[in-house]
Design a protein around this ligand. Structure first.
Ligand code: CA
Length: 251
């Protein structure tokens, strides 16, 4: 079973006064999460912290839980962990008016044997670097992405658009939560990236691929990405988790 070497870091960036991103590495569960909070009168950090905590807690608790078709699959456990987080954020907003309206994106990956199960809501992303090819594994739930998909904006126009941060799905909002889930087969040597949009609004996919391909361990490469986003302006909080899939014979 491919194990991964993991490293994560989060940086406030160069413009914002507080970091509203949260992340967790739960190595014994193979669970890795990044959340990017927003709204709630500047308390987006509360939403992202609740989301990460609730997802980790619920995912852990659901180990061995049995559904109608036998033991719950990883994807079902991840789905119910997201739903739990959604409710927890809404409850917190109902209890405290200062938190009302807060929400958060979430990208989560579970390493499950030879595969990665990916769940996401919003515009935080997962990528895979295989060889020197970087592939985005998630589709943003954002207004600009919808415009690009419909042919109304080019990718370049979307990058500079004033509405580029508007997400169409988030945990904690009024609507029922809808989680995108997918399963990706892993190969030894793959490098998985989870990140908030503070990375991807500062750097293009091509630049991210080039920075990752320059070698080094997961810590060195994560640090390099965050430094590059800050050099580009660091307009938003920047969070990155890197997962290096070990090859056979690696320690
Ligand atoms: Ca952000």
């Amino acid at each position: 079973m491919p194990a991964v070497e993991a490293f994560g870091l989060s940086d406030v960036g160069r413009v914002r006064s507080r970091n509203e991103d949260s992340y967790a590495l739960v190595e014994e569960q193979g669970l890795f999460v990044v959340a990017d909070g927003m709204g709630g009168h500047g308390n987006g950090d509360v939403a992202s912290q609740i989301a990460v905590g609730a997802i980790v807690e619920k995912y852990r608790q659901s180990a061995g839980e049995v559904g109608s078709d036998g033991e719950l699959a990883v994807a079902e456990r991840l789905q119910s962990a997201f739903a739990h987080a959604h409710e927890r954020i809404r409850e917190a907003g109902d209890r405290d008016g200062a938190l009302r309206g807060m929400g958060t994106t979430v990208i989560a990956i579970v390493i499950d044997g030879e595969a990665a199960i990916i769940g996401h809501v919003g515009d935080s992303r997962a990528y895979a670097l295989r060889g020197s090819t970087l592939t985005q594994l998630t589709e943003d739930h954002s207004w600009v992405h919808e415009q690009v998909a419909a042919g109304h904006l080019s990718v370049a126009q979307a990058r500079d658009h004033p509405f580029k941060s508007v997400v169409t799905r988030a945990l904690g909002g009024e609507q029922a939560v809808e989680v995108d889930l997918r399963r990706v087969r892993l190969q030894p040597g793959d490098l998985l990236v989870l990140c908030s949009d503070g990375l991807t609004t500062m750097l293009t996919d091509e630049e991210i691929g080039r920075l990752l391909s320059a070698g080094g361990g997961v810590e060195e490469r994560s640090t390099r990405l965050v430094a590059a986003a800050n050099e580009r302006g660091g307009a938003d909080n920047i969070t990155v988790i890197l997962l290096a899939v070990r090859g056979e014979g690696d320690d």
